[in-house]
Ligand binder design. Structure first.
Ligand code: THU
Length: 126
């Protein structure tokens, strides 16, 4: 599964995003190290604070299916701005894979690839 294909899968999720409050739809596709893909969308709530980001939906679906090792996460958003994952998602993702790459893309422009460990260089640990 290459980066472009995973990004395509993330973009296919955009219609399923539930984002009536921000109007900002996000789709995510998470690749396990054994080649499976788990997808997610942002799910907002009228209380706002209960909103779940697309990447955490994908991550929790993967973990619930027995997967704990990931190599690549693609995040796609509507509009031009790139959806960099929030701090909470960075910490949640790092729990499982320090070596993960994160590919982010708006509708236009070049996708950018980051190393997860560069996005959160000083994570909380016990
Ligand atoms: N959001 C995501 O789903 N992932 C990101 O990487 C950035 C932000 C969502 C949360 C909320 O529903 C909306 O985008 C605006 O913050």
């Amino acid at each position: 599964m290459d980066e472009q294909k995973l990004l395509g899968l993330a973009r296919e999720m955009l219609p399923f995003a539930y984002a009536p409050y921000s109007g900002y739809r996000v789709g995510a596709a998470l690749l396990t190290t054994d080649g499976k893909v788990f997808k997610g969308v942002n799910v907002e709530n009228v209380s706002l604070g209960l909103t779940i980001c697309a990447e955490r939906v994908a991550l929790t679906a993967a973990v619930a299916a027995g997967h704990r090792s990931f190599s690549l996460l693609a995040i796609a958003a509507e509009g031009e701005s790139r959806p960099l994952p929030c701090g909470a998602c960075r910490q949640m993702l790092l729990e499982f894979s320090r070596e993960m790459k994160v590919l982010v893309a708006g509708e236009k422009g070049e996708p950018h690839v980051f190393e997860l460990k560069d996005l959160l260089p000083h994570p909380f640990t016990l």
